[in-house]
Structure formats: C-alpha cells, structure tokens
Ligand binder design. Structure first.
Ligand code: ADP
Ligand code: MG
Length: 625
C-alpha cells in the first residue's frame, strides 16, 4: 500500500463527520456563530427535518468580503485566541462553516454596519463561488440545503424528518435557555412557529432567565420549581430546579449551561443525580435549568468537536456546589408537593360529582356513602372534639397505639394533657395558621384530612411518616448518635446464603447505623439491636429488603456509598403503616413535624405526601364561584 496525502475536500469531509453529525448540529453551529457575532435576534427556518433546508438569519455584526471568503475555509476563525485555555466565545475551532460547505450546499449573505453593500458566497460540496455583492440588511443569513448530499452514507444514519426536526427544536430550546437576552424564532415547514422573545434587554440577568424559562418550559415549571443562586470561589450557579414530585421519564428536561454554552456534561448530570438522590422515584428525572458562570480559564471546552462536554479545572468544587445547592434549595423551598396532584384531585372530584346523581349506575365506589363498605369515620365526633377510646368497631385505639409505640413520632410536640382535636368551629385556631393546618379526621385509616386557613389538605400518613423517620435517621447518623433498642430475645432470621453473606459483609457498617446482627449458622442471622427510631419492626422483611438494597450496588461496594438507601429502606419498615389509627394529637404532631422536616413533600420513593385544595377550588367544585 502506498501512503498518500488526502486532498483538501476529503480532509474536510472527514472532519465534518465529527462536527456535523445531524441537522441539529448544523443549527447549533450556526446559532452559536450568530450569538458570537453579537446578535440580539436569531431566526431559524428548517424544512425536511433540516435535511432539505436550514436557514439561520441574525442581526449581528456581519462580515466584510475578505472575512466572508476566509470564513468558509478550514481553520479560519476571528475568535482566537492565543490561549486555548481562555475561551470566551462559543466557537473557536474555525471548522463549522468549512465542514458544512464540504457536505452540503452552503450559501452565506452578510453585511457589516455602514458598508455600502453586502456580499454573498456559496460553497457546494467544497467548491467555492464568490464573494459577490448582494443587497441585504446588516447581519448574516446562512442557508444550508441538501445536507449530506456529498456523503450519502451519512444520510442513511439520519432518523425520520420528524425526529430530526424534534432534535432541532430541542437544541434551539437549549440555546434559548442558555442565552436569555437573545430573541429566538424557530419556523419553517417542519413545525408551527415557536418564538422566545426578549422585550426588555435591560432587565437583570435573573429576570431574563426567569422569563425565558417560563417561555420555554411553561408556567407549570415555574409553579413547581425553586430558585438556586449560590457562588463559591469564583463559580456562580443559578437557575431554577423542579421539585422532586414534578419529574419526567428521562433526563432530556435538564438544561445545563456553562458560560452561555448548553452542555450535556456527564459530571454535571451526575451531580444533579446526587442532589436529588433520595428524593426521586426510580427511573424518574427532575426538570431543571442550571447556569454556571465560571472564569473561562477554569473550564476547558475543547474536549470534543461538538463542544457539548466540558472539563472543569476543579471538578470537585463544581460537583459539590451543584449537589449542595440543589439540596439546600429544595429544603429552603419548603413544604411543597406538585400542583399536578391538586389538579388531578380536582378532576377526580369533578368526575365523581357528576356521578353522584346515579349512585347505582356509577362505576366508582368512592362517592356512595350509603353503600360504602367502609365506615365513614372511626371516631365519635362531638362538637368539642373526638372521644378517645372506643371506636366504631369496638376496639380501643389507645391500646392499639401503645402496642405499636412509635418513638420517632411521639418525641416531638405531642401534647400530654390535651388529647383532642381543636374545636372545629373556632375558625382561627393556632394550628390552622400552619401550612398543613389542623387535623380534623383520619379516613380509611391512612389519610389525614386537615383544615388550613384557606382550604384543606389530604395527607398520606404512611408516606409522610416514612420521610420523617428517614430524615431523623440521617441526622442521627450524621451526629453519630443512632440510638438502638436491644432485643431481649434476638430475632433469628432465615435468609438465602447470598443474602446472609451480603449482610454479614456489612455487619460493621450496619452497626454504625444502629442495626446489630450476628451470623447464626448457614443462611441465618440473629438480630440483636435495631435503631430505636424504627419502633417495632418485622426483622425478616427488613433484612431481606436490606440485602436487596445492598446487592443493587454490588455487595463489594462500601456501605458509605449507599447509606442513604439503607436508611431509606429502614425508614420504610419503621413507618406508621397505613391502616393504623392515629390519635388527634398524633396527627397534629405528624403535621407539625412535616413542616419542620426538609423535603417532606415527598416520600423516599418520590411520591407526594400530601395534596392541597384551596377553598376557592372547593367552591368552584360546588359552583359557588
Ligand atoms: P468558529 O465559529 O469556530 O470561528 P466557524 O466556521 O463557525 O468557526 O466560523 C468561521 C468564522 O466566520 C467565525 O470566526 C466568524 O468570524 C465568521 N462568522 C461565522 N458566522 C458568522 C455570523 N453569523 N456573523 C458574523 N460572522 C460569522
Ligand atoms: Mg462557529
């Protein structure tokens, strides 16, 4: 074989493969150029999923005839750069236009401010024509037709027009979020026109960002997210993050940008996962938009030709900042559950309302008081409160409670002398002023109904209590003070040999978490102490679940890596089960505890713990408004 030097056209086509992977990459490169040129407005028009046409017009600085001629050649850029480690522009490699010209029909028309005329140039499969004079306003219009006509093999790898058009929409949304001061219009045969406009460019960055997020992600996101704004050692992190119950099935709805550059950086994505780790249901992803502003010299953007990965000089700092800020913002954001829960509840109530006229035809069992198999209320209610003691089915609920004493639950705020609900008729009771209000009843032995100053709240007692126990276990563990409860007669649990092996491999670590176990012959384990917070637990199912939890990340992994998962599993076993009757003061204590506990709006599996209905919403249900 002879070694030959590749000709220019071939070099460009090979290079183009890295920069221009699909139509969306062309859009990204052209829009980045427009932003680098100082555009305040960018219009993107596409057809055929971007394969037949992509046109990007901007009102930026434009190019002179000489610059225009150079711009389509490889390694020609106005943006360098004597220092690759200090890049303040989106582009810098000087290869996008040359690459596009190598694989498509490219036409550029441009004019600089004050010039007598504009100029146009065209490149088709690498052949350059022009520049020649043309009439055009200040700015630049780049048109790309028949993408990949020069490399048909690449065409075969493209998806349907619709899928490619969606990828273009996605990249434009990302660019629009990362550059909130720029107006974006996305139009053409591929879609209905989308417009993200900025009316007041003098507004503060924070206001611009907030408005842009509302435009791109909708008011749902605005309603179900909390702000983030922290700085450390020259790195600023700002934006909005969705509350955990407002989640999606993939990470497509996470918008991360570094110095105005949208990125899908593995380090940042994993930091986000870390921040939400024990708040998200499995397989669900938060929705968020985070902006990182950092000294250009502290971040390397020259990692990949597509420039969507970055490398931070101090990765640990950035990771810590992201994880910590997400945690703190969710905690400061207070007690919230997805507004979608309220909407769903309202829909369900409306449907049941229309069915209540025909109870015998209704499919729903929920709204038929006479025929319901459930007791409507387990307590005898008197005007000034509930009678304690006897319940409708004749058992003594106090005794039942003592039997399953919940230390975690009683230690705070449970009033001793006063064991009744506050009277319902005094409308301004102290409890009602609290976000979760005053408990009024427990229904179906799992749901607490409480009255707030302006509506009602329905609380899932099991989900809520699970979160409280978990947060307490975490705090106790962090303070090295998990109190244990010694079992007088150790529980002997039979497991598979693998399960027992996994647990015994972590015996020392589990001890630090308050669970003392010992091997008891093949496949059997003796449980000697359990965390006191858990109250009475079923040792068999706790150990089996713990073995599963530990095996999920591999039994060789350090327990430190899944302490939270272990604590969460423990909490689930130590929580008030649904089906347990609570005394009024226990319910109120639970509500007060929830208000004090970080992230109490969702259980450890990410499900909401309560739903709120405002009086206005209730009145609408009854058509009083
Ligand atoms: P890079 O952006 O890495 O410099 P490109 O191939 O994307 O490389 O662009 C080459 C050059 O063409 C840019 O450096 C810039 O000077 C010029 N250019 C490209 N697009 C525009 C535009 N929309 N407005 C003004 N100048 C542009
Ligand atoms: Mg560029």
């Amino acid at each position: 074989m002879t070694v030959r030097r590749l000709d220019e056209g071939m070099i460009n086509r090979i290079a183009a493969g890295e920069v221009i992977e699909r139509p969306a990459s062309v859009v990204k490169e052209l829009v980045e150029n427009a932003i680098d040129a100082g555009a305040t407005a960018v219009e993107i028009v596409t057809a055929g999923g971007g394969k037949s046409l992509i046109r990007v017009s901007d009102d930026g600085g434009g190019m002179t005839a000489e610059d225009l001629q150079l711009s389509v050649e490889r390694h020609c850029t106005s943006k360098i750069l004597d220092d690759l480690l200090n890049i303040a522009t989106l582009g810098f490699r000087g290869e996008a236009l040359a690459s596009i010209g190598a694989v498509a029909r490219l036409q550029i028309a441009t004019r600089v401010e004050g010039a007598e005329t504009g100029y146009a140039i065209s490149v088709s499969g690498g052949r350059i024509e022009g520049p020649k004079p043309i009439a055009i306003n200040r700015g630049t219009r780049v048109e790309v037709k028949d993408l990949f006509f020069a490399v048909p093999a690449r065409l075969k790898f493209l998806k349907s027009d619709r899928a490619e058009a969606n990828a273009i929409t996605d990249i434009v949304r990302r660019l629009a979020i990362a550059n909130p001061a720029v107006t974006f219009v996305l139009a053409g045969a591929d879609r209905q026109e989308v417009r993200f406009a900025t009316d007041d460019v003098t507004a503060s960055t924070a206001d611009l960002q907030a408005e842009r997020l509302r435009q791109v992600l909708g008011s749902d996101f605005a309603d179900n997210s909390v702000p983030v704004d922290v700085s450390r050692e020259g790195v600023r992190l700002s934006g909005r993050i969705g509350i955990p119950t407002f989640n999606r099935a993939n990470s497509q709805h996470q918008f991360l940008s570094v110095n105005g550059r949208p990125v899908r950086d593995p380090l940042l994505l994993s930091a986000v996962r870390g921040g939400y780790s024990d708040l998200m249901p499995k397989g669900r992803y938060p929705v968020l938009a985070l902006f990182i502003d950092i000294e250009p010299k502290d971040v390397d953007v020259n990692v990949h030709p597509a420039k969507s990965d970055v490398r931070f000089r101090d990765a640990g700092l950035v990771r810590g900042l992201v994880v910590g800020a997400i945690r703190r913002s969710l905690e400061d954001g207070g007690l919230r559950a997805d507004t979608g829960g309220t909407a769903a509840a309202l829909r369900a109530l409306k449907e049941s309302r229309s069915q209540v006229h025909y109870p015998n035809n209704g499919q729903r069992a929920g709204f038929q008081p006479q025929t319901s198999p459930h007791r409507p209320l387990d307590w005898n209610y008197r005007e000034n409160g509930f009678q304690n003691g006897a319940t409708a089915n004749g058992t003594d609920n106090r005794a039942a409670l003592h039997e399953a004493e919940q230390p975690g639950f009683q230690e705070t705020g449970a009033p001793s002398a006063r064991t009744e609900f506050e009277p319902a008729h005094s409308s301004h009771t102290a409890f009602e002023a609290h976000p979760l209000g005053a408990a009024r009843a427990q229904i179906h032995e799992n749901y607490i109904v409480s009255q707030t100053a302006d509506g009602l709240v329905l609380i899932d007692q099991h989900a809520a209590h699970e979160r409280l126990v978990y947060e307490r276990l975490k705090t106790a563990h962090e303070d090295n003070g998990v109190k244990t409860q010694i079992l007088l007669i150790p529980d002997i649990v039979d497991l598979t040999i693998e399960e027992a092996g996994t647990l015994m491999a972590h015996a020392e670590d589990l001890k630090a978490l308050g669970l003392v176990i010992e091997g008891f012959g093949e496949g059997a384990i003796a449980v000697r102490e359990v965390p006191a917070l858990l109250g009475k637990v079923d040792a068999v199912s706790l150990l089996k679940d713990l073995a599963d939890t530990l095996q999920e990340t591999g039994s060789a992994a350090l327990l430190a890596d899944h302490i939270n998962a272990v604590l969460s599993t423990m909490a689930c076993h130590g929580s008030v089960r649904s089906g347990r009757r609570l005394r009024p003061e226990e319910m109120n204590a639970l509500l007060r505890d929830m208000e004090k506990t970080p992230a109490a709006g969702q259980c450890n599996h990410g499900r909401p713990t309560f739903v709120k209905l405002s009086l206005t919403e209730i009145e609408k249900l009854f058509e009083r408004r």
